[in-house]
Design a protein around this ligand. Structure first.
Ligand SMILES: [Zn+2]
Length: 95
């Protein structure tokens, strides 16, 4: 499944609810899910972390849908097989 297909799947499942909640409310949910991902990672529970990664991806796609952003195009345009800062693969930026 491509990013575009995942985003389209989220659109089919949740677009109406996402539009009713709006961009700000959906963004707030994404932030909450990132917090839950951090907690799952700190707990060391790999299964829980996997579910939280899925939630973060789903809410990111929902957020993009509320503002009409094509995630796949945006990601490829910025990260086209190289670091956007140094232009290298692998990245050679100083830490
Ligand atoms: Zn770099």
């Amino acid at each position: 499944m491509h990013i575009l297909e995942f985003q389209e799947m989220m659109r089919r499942i949740y677009l109406q609810r996402d539009l009713e909640r709006g961009m700000k409310g959906t963004y707030d949910w994404l932030v909450d899910e990132i917090g839950e991902l951090g907690e799952a990672l700190e707990s060391g529970q790999k299964d829980a972390a996997g579910k939280e990664f899925a939630d973060v991806l789903a809410w990111l796609a929902s957020l993009a849908n509320t503002v009409g952003t094509d995630l796949e195009t945006a990601a490829i345009e910025k990260y086209n097989n190289k670091c956007p800062r140094c232009g290298c693969c692998p990245c050679r930026c100083k830490p």
